[in-house]
Design a binder for this molecule. Structure first.
Ligand code: CDV
Length: 316
């Protein structure tokens, strides 16, 4: 325990999901999520966390030109007709909830699509939502790729920044999948005193853009989660889609990381599985008040120094 810190223990249930096929009805995925919520409540969890785009298959692996078909992967309201069951279960089970979804927002009559995640309180109320900032992949299908990754085609860049909320007795923020690889995303949360970062992801085991990275997929995932948690003195939960989804093998490896950077729990399977961890949010203080005391040790004024060269350019 760090200086002046008292214990604030919450029990996290990281709810990994196995594959969801394109044909799977939303209601069936919700039923799987409800079963995991009941299991989490029986295990006295405070908060359950599901992956990125939890309600559907990872549809950016296909080029979909039909707008009506595309909208079938999005939620026009949150809660909506199917997701209100999740909100009701949160209320009934007194269980906080976080899950990723495709958000279809209307602005001035124009559809806007985001890769989002929602945070819901144990009273079943929406605490807030986050829109993914770092969208990997392409806008156009890439010739010769076994699977496409067309997030840039379907989603706008998130426009909500990196918000945090006071909830569950601490300061909570969200990142979505590729965001976890960017230190500035973590730092934006860290600068706001985050104590718990919730990350859902769909990470394929093979990256056709850079096959030489394939052997390192799990290593890179753990590297960024452990570094992000440690450098920002926060708990972090990374929740996967696992298994082979529509012919594409996904990294499972759901993990919970302590502010020390240590992994305290990880998944054992590729399918639907709860990974439980008791997280003392007070433990963040031992890092926030010592090695990562930002007020005492950061030097933000020195981090950006562009010197304009004004001398004459010598002739070649
Ligand atoms: N859904 C993702 O953002 N996936 C990326 C893959 C494509 C590299 C990731 O960062 O895991």
């Amino acid at each position: 325990m760090g200086r002046h810190a008292s214990a604030r223990v919450i029990t996290i249930a990281a709810a990994q999901l196995g594959p969801v096929t394109r044909a799977t009805q939303r209601g069936l995925v919700v039923a799987r999520m409800l079963a995991l919520m009941e299991q989490a409540a029986r295990a006295q969890a405070t908060l359950i966390v599901f992956p990125e785009l939890a309600l559907t298959t990872f549809f950016p692996r296909w080029a979909i030109d039909d707008d009506a078909a595309l909208d079938g992967f999005f939620e026009a309201a949150m809660p909506g007709p199917e997701t209100e069951l999740l909100f009701a279960a949160a209320r009934q089970l007194r269980l906080g909830l976080c899950f990723g979804y495709g958000e279809l927002a209307k602005q001035g009559g124009r559809p806007r699509r985001f890769n989002s995640s929602a945070l819901i309180g144990a009273d079943g109320g929406l605490i807030g939502h986050y829109r993914k900032v770092h969208l990997p992949g392409d806008h156009e299908p890439q010739p010769g790729f076994e699977h496409q990754h067309l997030e840039k085609r379907y989603f706008e860049t998130g426009d909500l920044g990196f918000p945090v909320w006071r909830a569950f007795g601490g300061v909570v923020g969200m990142l979505i999948c590729n965001d976890r690889r960017w230190p500035e995303a973590w730092r934006m949360l860290g600068l706001q005193g985050v104590e718990l970062v919730l990350v859902g992801y769909n990470t394929p085991l093979r990256n056709p853009e850079a096959p030489d990275h394939d052997a390192l997929v799990r290593f890179h995932h753990r590297l960024v989660m452990q570094a992000g948690a440690y450098q920002n003195a926060t708990w972090a939960v990374a929740v996967a889609k696992g298994g082979v989804e529509e012919g594409q093998a996904m990294l499972a490896d759901t993990i919970v990381v302590a502010p020390s950077g240590e992994i305290v729990a990880c998944s054992k399977t590729q399918g639907d599985e709860l990974v439980m961890a008791e997280c003392d949010l007070g433990r963040t203080q031992s890092y926030k008040t010592t090695i990562f005391d930002f007020a005492a040790h950061r030097k933000p004024k020195l981090y950006s120094r562009i010197t304009e060269y004004t001398g004459a350019v010598p002739p070649p």
